[in-house]
Design a protein around this ligand. Structure first.
Ligand SMILES: *[C@@H]1O[C@H](CO)[C@@H](O)[C@H](O)[C@H]1NC(C)=O
Length: 797
């Protein structure tokens, strides 16, 4: 409709102009479409057109329009495209002429082709690609390619839009040549790590009705920048580690991440430490972050290790973290015993609780691994006492005795409480030194020694020996003779003791007949300070030697005296003529006497009792027998060699004294004795009696004296009794005689009427004497009992 309006307006205006008409049609009209009624518009008759052979003259242009002569119309011969015809030229018009012949006339026709919005804006490229670093700053501009719209005027390109607008905005700019440009301006920085690729849509709009648009994709690739440092997953890593962990053990792996790409995201790990030496123990694998042990960790050196780890990317950004290793103790240290002070030796009298050693024990491990207990070897009189802080002392806990144990090997063992436990030990030797606590002791509680009389002075008799359990000087013994007296004489004049050897020497020669034994004390003393001593009684028994011959007491042998025993002629067989009495001051065998008839006037008449010395008749005396009988009796002791004495006994065989006298006149004559025989005979009897009494008195006095002495000293038999009875018995095997012997000493006048009183009681211990020279002496065998009992009655009748 608008086309038509224009047509009419132009037609009207062209009517005034000769030979010229204009039309306006929109482009893209279909073939056959009416452009205008040219005949009418030019005022030409259709006939004229025919006759004038009207035709269109286009020149060299294409014929888009044709003339319909019959109807006088201009119609579209070919579709027109304004953009093709005129490009961007505006206005766009087709100019041609209508030529008529007969007459020739021509008219100019102008057909303006108006634009219709038949083209959308288009972009030459399918897409636009940008690579923008994420480090690009805000305001950075990126020139975009423009869109094209072949339409002109209002149908041409009008505006753009960009979507999304998160990071970029559009900006229009006029460049130096005055061209309009479309720019994309970075409004918000990019982050590759958030979004690596962006796609935007740029839309171009035209101004047509309806509006057309064209789009293009803008692909933005965000380039990485090293804008991210590596970051450790933990700021502190902790791990525990046994101290005996072998070298090369992988302990842990640390990790850092870097969100950057490529080289900027490549992390290298390294270790550092403020503490020297740690880097010799640990290493880290630069790429993997694996931490390994390369040395030996020792709990006792360090309980904790701290390492710094740095992670660095290629761009030089870095992060660091810490690794803390706690070392776990392992029982790898034995207790160490440090003997601070020890005694080599202590005296045996040391008090209980005497300190022998002080020591310190420590174990470098910790907790139970370092808890130590110590103990001593058994069977030592010592205990270990724990002071504090690992100090121990070894003290005695019982009394010591060097004589039992002079040395102790003390083993101290200490072990910790680790599992398994470690232990160590040390041995020390303790000597127990001697103290003089033992007195010397004689080997026997008493000693008895025998010595044969008549010894040589200086003879070694005997050895006493004492022992001392102590040691060395404390055990060095010396022997000392203790002062005492024997029979009033200092004992040192009898014996001496060798101080060193204990040998006892006789100082003098002993006489058994003087004393038979004596005793004394020997003291032994050690060399300690103060010395200890003990003593022992030594009894010396003197042994008899046969050094005394028998002594004949009766008949008394006085030179020239005339003593005879009377035997009546009526005497029977076995008549006791007399008795030879002899003693031997020796003892034992040496004093055992035997009697033998050595010579006799008539051997067939008399015999001598070999044991008792009794001279008896062995046949009836006859008248033929001589008055004078002379017998020689030998008395022998039993010693080795034996000693003997000989006695001559005169026997008168007669019934009366005068007969004897007459006979003995010859007898005396034979003996060259003078006439006053009788006087001498009487005198002899008196002398015998006197001697006998004297002897008895002497014996009693001596016995009393010795009894007194025996209170002080054990008795010694002084052989002062001149008439010891012969202790002899065939039947006795021992020297102890049980028999009681009765002896008669009778007057020679009449033995049959003897006044001898025979004591019947053997236990009465009585000595009976006849003062009228006719003595009957009776003696109880045990002479000792008489002597020992001072209250024994001594009766004189
Ligand atoms: C102590 O040990 C030493 C050396 O081993 C040894 O000669 C000695 O007999 C020992 N003493 C005791 C009392 O065991």
């Amino acid at each position: 409709m608008r086309r038509q309006v224009l047509l009419f307006l132009s037609t009207l205006s062209l009517c005034t102009v000769h030979g010229q008409v204009s039309y306006s049609i929109p482009e893209e009209m279909s073939k056959g479409s009416l452009v205008g009624n040219i005949a009418q518009d030019l005022g030409l008759d259709l006939k004229r057109l025919k006759t004038g052979k009207a035709r269109l003259h286009v020149g060299n242009g294409a014929e888009y329009i044709e003339l319909n002569k019959e109807r006088g119309l201009l119609i579209i011969r070919e579709k027109t495209d304004r953009e093709a015809l005129c490009k961007q030229t505006s206005p766009c018009a087709l100019q041609f002429q209508i030529i008529l012949e007969n007459p020739i006339e021509f008219y100019r026709v102008t057909v303006e082709i108006t634009d219709i919005n038949d083209n959308a804006p288009i972009f030459k490229m399918n897409s636009m690609l940008f690579e923008i670093s994420e480090s690009a700053v805000r305001g950075t501009q990126f020139v975009l390619e423009k869109a094209l719209d072949t339409d002109v005027g209002g149908n041409g390109l009008k505006s753009y839009s960009l979507y999304p607008t998160d990071n970029f905005v559009l900006k229009f700019n006029v460049n130096a040549e005055g061209e309009k440009e479309v720019e994309m301006v970075l409004e918000k920085p990019l982050d590759r790590e958030k979004q690596e690729h962006l796609t935007l849509t740029l839309t171009a709009f035209d101004g047509g009705e309806p509006q057309l648009s064209g789009t293009v994709k803008i692909h933005v690739t965000v380039l990485d920048a090293n804008d991210n440092a590596p970051v450790f997953t933990q700021s502190t890593y902790k791990a525990s580690l046994m101290e005996n962990t072998p070298k090369g053990t992988s302990l842990m792996t640390v990790m850092a991440t870097d969100v950057d790409q490529g080289a900027y995201g490549l992390i290298t790990y390294s270790l550092s430490s403020n503490t020297e030496g740690i880097l010799d123990l640990f290493e880290i694998h630069g790429a993997s972050g694996e931490v390994r042990l390369i040395g030996k960790v020792d709990y006792e050196t360090s309980k904790h290790y701290q390492l710094n780890v740095k992670a660095r990317d290629t761009g030089g950004l870095h992060d660091s973290c810490k690794i803390q290793f706690d070392i776990i103790d392992v029982n790898d240290n034995v207790p160490i015993i440090d003997l601070m002070s020890t005694s080599q030796s202590i005296p045996e009298n040391s008090a209980i609780q005497t300190v022998v050693a002080v020591m310190n024990v420590h174990d470098a491990d910790s907790d139970n691994n370092g808890v130590v207990t110590c103990f001593l070897s058994e069977n030592v009189p010592l205990i270990i006492e724990n002071a504090s802080n690992g100090f121990y002392s070894i003290v005695t806990n019982s009394e010591l005795d060097r004589e039992r144990f002079s040395e102790y090997n003390i083993t101290v063992s200490c072990s910790d409480e680790g599992v398994p436990s470690l232990s160590s030990s040390v041995t020390l030797t303790l000597q127990i030194s001697d103290v003089n606590d033992n007195a010397p002791v004689f080997e026997r509680s008493s000693y008895e020694a025998y010595i044969i009389e008549n010894n040589t002075p200086g003879l070694s008799v005997f050895t006493v020996k004492a022992r001392d359990a102590d040691w060395n000087q404390n055990a060095r013994v010396s022997y000392i003779l203790e002062d005492s007296s024997v029979n009033g004489v200092p004992v040192s004049s009898y014996v001496s003791v060798s101080a060193d050897s204990g040998v006892i020497h006789a100082v003098r020669s002993f006489d058994y007949e003087q004393f038979k034994d004596f005793h004394f004390r020997v003291k032994v003393q050690d060399g300690g300070s103060p010395p200890l001593s003990s003593n022992v009684i030594v009894k010396i028994l003197i042994q008899d030697q046969n050094d005394n011959p028998p002594q004949v007491l009766y008949p008394v042998q006085t030179g020239g005296s005339l003593v005879a025993e009377m035997v009546p002629r009526s005497a029977d067989v076995g008549y006791l003529v007399t008795k030879v009495v002899a003693v031997d001051v020796d003892s034992g065998q040496n004093a055992w006497l035997s009697y033998k008839l050595q010579k006799a006037t008539d051997r067939a008449l008399f015999e001598v009792g070999s044991q008792n010395g009794e001279i008896r008749t062995i046949r009836q005396v006859t008248d033929k027998d001589a008055v004078k009988q002379r017998l020689s009796v030998i008395v022998e002791d039993n010693g080795q060699p034996s000693r003997s004495a000989t006695v001559v006994v005169n026997v008168a065989v007669a019934d009366s004294f005068p007969e004897v006298l007459s006979e003995f006149t010859d007898f005396t004559h034979d003996k060259e004795y003078n006439d006053n025989l009788t006087f001498y005979l009487v005198l002899a009897l008196a002398v015998v009696s006197f001697l006998f009494i004297t002897c008895v008195v002497v014996i009693i006095s001596v016995k009393i004296y010795r009894w007194r002495q025996s209170r002080v000293l054990y008795h010694s038999n002084l052989p002062v009794i001149p008439y010891y009875p012969p202790r002899y018995s065939d039947t006795l095997g021992t020297g102890t005689l049980q028999h009681v012997y009765n002896y008669e000493v009778c007057r020679t006048t009449d033995s049959r009427k003897s006044d001898c009183k025979i004591s019947g009681a053997g236990s009465q211990n009585v000595l009976i004497m006849d003062p009228s020279a006719t003595g009957t002496m009776q003696r109880i065998q045990s002479e000792k009992s008489i002597l020992d009992e001072p209250d024994s009655p001594l009766e004189v009748s």
